[in-house]
Write a protein that binds this ligand. Structure first.
Ligand SMILES: C[S@@+](CC[C@H](N)C(=O)[O-])C[C@H]1O[C@@H](n2cnc3c(N)ncnc32)[C@H](O)[C@@H]1O
Ligand SMILES: Nc1nc2[nH]cc(C(=O)O)c2c(=O)[nH]1
Ligand code: SF4
Ligand SMILES: [Mg+2]
Length: 239
């Protein structure tokens, strides 16, 4: 079995800017490679080849060493994102190692693949993709992932850009009514390099999304959130 993990970024501590553990102080490990290619992916460098020279094949021990070099003693929570970390069997070992250091581990994935190590994750976010992404949801896979994680701390997070995405969010929530549900503002200005300008646009989008959700009978037991890191730091990488 390949023990190595293709790593693109290790950064933090910062705040978890999205979803069910919003605001939690955390480190990030971002893996390379994705089985999707969302039209609006804010981390396309993980799969479009533009950062392929930056990928490092690292063993779990080396990831932990770097987390400690960068974060010192100032963290007890690590978020694994990507790309899609669920492509990698080798993440299981990293989770065990982090747990052995009394750290909590969170995961960001889209629900297209299962790994047995999912059950060890402390905060697991599944983010199925709406029509605007131009990806197709594998509902059988999503059903089986949610069913197998009933005892875990999980949430669903759907990014919404438009009316069709709203309908998709309603469908996901109606299909899994018992899973905590988050609706996230879509950032369509991925080229904007002025954080103040982006924040204005995102706050307007947030207002639009709040109004849409308030008007929906199908979306009552939900939380509506922006990407807080995008409001604070804009489109900057590694924050
Ligand atoms: C970059 S993805 C990596 C993890 C995994 N591939 C996934 O999509 O869940 C992390 C989160 O960012 C969200 N995201 C990506 N691009 C976005 C954008 N332009 N606006 C808002 N959220 C975005 C994804 O939906 C996902 O919830
Ligand atoms: N601060 C911060 N919060 C995040 N939540 C999810 C992120 C991701 O890219 O997966 C992310 C990220 O890149 N930065
Ligand atoms: S699934 Fe996640 S990492 Fe992959 S393309 Fe979509 S948003 Fe980007
Ligand atoms: Mg991100």
């Amino acid at each position: 079995m390949n023990r190595k993990i293709p790593v693109l970024e290790i950064f933090g501590p910062t705040i978890q800017g999205e979803g069910m553990v919003l605001g939690r102080k955390t480190m990030f490990v971002r893996t390379a490679g994705c089985d999707y290619s969302c039209a609006w992916c804010d981390s396309a460098f993980t799969w479009d080849g533009s950062a392929k020279e930056e990928i490092r094949m690292m063993e779990s021990e080396a990831v932990l060493t770097e987390l400690k070099t960068i974060g010192g003693e100032n963290f007890d929570h690590v978020t694994i994102s990507g790309g899609n970390p669920a492509l990698l069997a080798s993440i299981g070992e990293l989770i065990d190692l982090l747990h052995s250091q009394d750290m909590e581990v969170a995961l960001e994935t889209q629900g297209s693949r299962w790994q047995d190590w999912f059950v060890k994750i402390d905060d697991l976010t599944i983010s199925p993709k709406p029509p605007s992404s131009q990806m197709n949801t594998n509902w059988d896979m999503l059903d089986s992932i949610i069913a197998r994680l009933q005892k875990n701390h999980i949430s669903l997070k759907v990014v919404v850009f438009d009316e069709k995405d709203m309908k998709y969010a309603e469908k996901v929530h109606q299909r899994y009514p018992d899973t905590p549900f988050f609706i996230q503002v879509g950032n369509e200005d991925l080229q904007e390099d002025q954080p103040d300008q982006l924040a204005l646009t995102l706050l307007k989008r947030y207002q639009w999304l709040i109004e849409k959700v308030m008007a929906s009978e199908a979306l009552n037991h939900v939380r509506v959130l922006p990407q807080v890191h995008a409001l604070v730091w804009g489109n900057k990488r590694g924050v």
